[in-house]
Design a protein around this ligand. Structure first.
Ligand code: ZN
Length: 92
């Protein structure tokens, strides 16, 4: 019983650097902000495919790394592309 309590306390003082639950991630940089020449085009399917998964869903910001403003642009572009049947709404 006493040992159990001791273990619990030890786990709480777990060193952050060794805790696998809080792996330090490199901060993602927005592709559209970092590349000035990058022009988002809703008619360019190859470009937009980077922002959708294999099911055709738009990837979240935590995956694309885009900033709020550009994520909105991406979303609009993908939706436009879907409307003109360049990108699929869904696959399989
Ligand atoms: Zn951006």
């Amino acid at each position: 019983m006493a040992d159990k309590k001791q273990n619990k306390r030890n786990n709480k003082n777990y060193d952050d650097d060794y805790n696998p639950r809080f792996k330090r991630q490199r901060k993602k940089v927005c592709v559209l902000c970092s590349d000035k020449n990058f022009e988002l085009d809703y008619k360019n399917a190859d470009q937009l495919k980077k922002f959708v998964n294999e099911k055709g869903k738009i990837l979240p910001r935590r995956t694309t790394g885009a900033c709020a403003k550009h994520q909105r642009d991406i979303t609009t572009a993908v939706k436009r592309a879907r409307h003109i049947a360049i990108l699929p709404y869904t696959q399989n």
